[in-house]
Design a protein around this ligand. Sequence first.
Ligand SMILES: NC(=O)c1ccc[n+]([C@@H]2O[C@H](COP(=O)([O-])OP(=O)(O)OC[C@H]3O[C@@H](n4cnc5c(N)ncnc54)[C@H](O)[C@@H]3O)[C@@H](O)[C@H]2O)c1
Length: 321
Amino acid sequence: MTNILVTGGTGFLGSNLVKRLVKEKNNVTVFDNNFRGSIQNIENNKNLKLINGDIRILNQVKNSLKNIDVIFHLAFINGTKYFYENPSLVMDVGIKGMLNLLDAVKDSSVKKIILASSSEVYQTPKQIPTDENIECIIPDIKNPRFSYGGSKIINELLLMHNENAKLIDKIIFRPHNVYGPNMGWEHVIPEIIKKIFFATNYLKNKSGSIEIQGSGNETRSFCYIEDAIDSLLLLNSQGKNNEIYNIGNDNEISIRELINYIQEYLSVEVSIITNNLSKGSTKRRNPNLKKIKNLGFKNKINIEDGLKKTIDWYIKNIKYD
Ligand SMILES: NC(=O)c1ccc[n+]([C@@H]2O[C@H](COP(=O)([O-])OP(=O)(O)OC[C@H]3O[C@@H](n4cnc5c(N)ncnc54)[C@H](O)[C@@H]3O)[C@@H](O)[C@H]2O)c1
């Protein structure tokens, strides 16, 4: 049995990862302060231990590492709204968290760290599809959005070059727009579902109009949560030391196409009012997944099926505020 610590384990990726790790008979410790995640996302299990802790507090991190073999480090402030509204918190959690973890692994039983980075490190990449060798950039120090991408770049550097991490295996993954039920509300898919719901008077009308950021021709490559978790488990078993892997889906779609899928499923038709893109938001995102596919990864869930499950969850859980 492997003893695995998941920081950020009550969050979206974390809670889904924890479910799978427990199912596969690992001993799992979750470390989270529930800033965004919730213990309700985690099912009780005898092989699961919950620690309500803050990654910025060194002693709490040290105490969580007893007998741990593998760490998935996911704790971070995620959600675009926070990057603009609270950049100093994003950096505090991001950078102190990583430094604490690396300090704490010294003299511990930890053999491997698997770190969550992000596609945001590429910002506006020179090449699409984007592979892991494309440079990481921070285009504008003054733009608060880059508190997130900047902290992820620093995390990658800290993990690769920290003295205390020398003797352990290090794997970095860069997720590209993972989505699914209960992913939080501060992401494009839940935002669009919510807008369509309210624009059509709770789906009672067959038409309405919604405002979006940008022209709608911007693209993303959305990856359903189960495929993302498959990738993480694969990286744990097959990922190579000191390597970086994109994770996601290489099917690129525009925001307009995304809206079409959602309105078709909900049997409504909305007109789109375009706006300026928020500063620093990239126009296209599409990962080159060759590296993880070489380990045996295959996407199993297509966008229609993934969206259906996601839309059903959001319509059921929408808040009338
Ligand atoms: N979801 C995606 O598409 C995506 C894309 C790129 C990168 N990532 C990265 O993957 C990881 C997981 O993302 P997610 O979508 O599950 O986000 P999430 O916000 O749902 O999960 C992050 C978790 O970290 C916890 N956390 C925040 N501050 C903390 C602190 N001080 N101490 C302890 N825990 C703290 C939150 O409570 C939350 O449960 C993050 O590192 C994120 O940056 C996710």
